[in-house]
Design a protein around this ligand. Structure first.
Ligand SMILES: NC(=O)C1=CN([C@@H]2O[C@H](COP(=O)(O)OP(=O)(O)OC[C@H]3O[C@@H](n4cnc5c(N)ncnc54)[C@H](O)[C@@H]3O)[C@@H](O)[C@H]2O)C=CC1
Ligand SMILES: O=C(O)C(=O)Cc1ccc(O)cc1
Length: 354
């Protein structure tokens, strides 16, 4: 991109974008209010420090917390540090409103949101592949210049993401359902564990770990995200509360509990089947082959070599560790039809395939 990209906020998102853009050959300048963060991001190869003679960047990618994003966008546009700007905050109405307050209806800004992240923050957690195959939502309105959209689309494509265009309202409603309320539910469930007795916690397995994974995210960041999208989250939570009330009522009525619980379990299966899997294919397209692996050096390398030799393509992989045991369970997702051959080949090579 002629003119290069200015990344402001060299944390998880900013450094990941910098790493991916550098890999695509883009000139990336980095800025962060914390000198040590900037040093670490540059050290990781995500870009260079700004220099006094730099011409305006073609696009600024603003990757700071949501409550600050609108002001930082307005600053980079009014100071001439960049011709156009996008922010990557997890909520789109808040930064757009702030940019409008500061600059009126400017066409030089378009909000966006890569649907990719991690539970850990900072440049040390950044990954060049973070956005690979993930949706990157771009939210233009009637005032947005086509150039702003073109440049944000180019960045999304260069980092390997799949751009999706949506209105701000549609975006904020969608993430309330698929990201913000799930985060809140994970946190509420994880918080139930705080005072639980140790003998109960000891029995916890991958189920509760999966359900609460996102609860490990940065509390300050998520407080900003959830409060900024409160109305849309409240709508989803109210429906969830109605479901909880119905479930409690079902459990109170032993005669009908089973039938109602069964319906609920069926809805769970149906809802989860709608989640997109690898490259947007339905999750149910794959079959899981589980393999028990001893906790010794070189075991995983040997397992993957044997899977390759059996001619199976690994579509996805998960590793579950058994607490207190020197073994783990590796779950390999493969295409239906290849699982039987893989099971036979792995058993033949001496693996335990339950
Ligand atoms: N963490 C995640 O999984 C995802 C986060 N996002 C969004 O990306 C944005 C950044 O989040 P993370 O990278 O996770 O946070 P982070 O905490 O890793 O990085 C944010 C960085 O911004 C810097 N910063 C704060 N105010 C600044 C300012 N005024 N000028 C320059 N630098 C400033 C901080 O020093 C920090 O290094 C947030 O708006 C978040 O909603 C979007 C998708 C996923
Ligand atoms: O880990 C996950 O499943 C995520 O959904 C990560 C994530 C966190 C915050 C966002 O605004 C977007 C994506």
């Amino acid at each position: 991109m002629t003119g290069g990209v200015l990344v402001v906020g060299a944390g998880l998102l900013g450094t990941s974008a910098g790493l991916a853009l550098r890999r695509a050959g883009v000139d990336v300048r980095l800025r962060d209010s914390k000198a040590e963060v900037l040093r670490e991001a540059i050290g990781r190869g995500a870009g260079r420090a700004e220099e006094p003679g730099d011409p305006p960047a073609a696009l600024a990618v603003v990757a700071v917390p949501p409550e600050t994003a609108g002001d930082v966008v307005a600053d980079v546009l009014t100071s001439g540090a960049a011709e156009y700007a996008t922010d990557v905050a997890s909520i789109k109405a808040l930064p757009a409103a702030r940019v409008r307050e500061r600059m009126g209806s400017t066409g030089r800004y378009v909000g966006s949101h890569p649907m990719a992240g991690r539970e850990i923050s900072g440049p040390g957690a950044a990954l060049a592949d973070l956005f690979e195959g993930r949706p990157w939502v771009i939210c233009p309105d009637e005032h947005t210049d086509q150039q702003a959209v073109t440049r944000a689309l180019a960045v999304a494509r260069m980092v390997g993401a799949a751009p999706v265009t949506m209105s701000i309202t549609d975006h904020d409603d969608a993430v309330a359902l698929v990201s913000h309320t799930p985060h809140l539910v994970a946190v509420l469930m994880a918080a139930r564990l705080v005072d639980a007795p140790a003998h109960e916690i000891r029995l916890a397995g991958p189920g509760i770990a999966d359900v609460t994974r996102v609860a490990a995210g940065d509390p300050a960041l998520w407080t900003e995200i959830l409060s900024a999208n409160a109305p849309a989250i409240r709508d989803v939570l109210r429906n969830l509360r109605a479901d909880l009330d119905r479930t409690l009522a079902a459990l109170d009525a032993p005669d009908t509990a089973q039938a109602q619980l069964y319906q609920l379990m069926r809805s769970g299966v149906d809802g989860r089947a709608r989640l997109p899997g690898k490259h947007g294919a339905a999750r149910t397209d794959f079959v899981t082959v589980s393999v028990i692996v001893d906790d010794r050096p070189g075991q995983l390398a040997r397992l993957f070599a044997d899977i390759g030799a059996a001619g199976a393509n690994v579509e996805d992989v998960r590793i579950d560790h058994s607490p207190g045991q020197p073994v783990g369970m590796v779950e390999i997702d493969v295409r239906p039809g290849t699982d039987q051959t893989l099971r036979a080949a792995l058993t033949e090579s001496g693996w335990r395939v339950p």
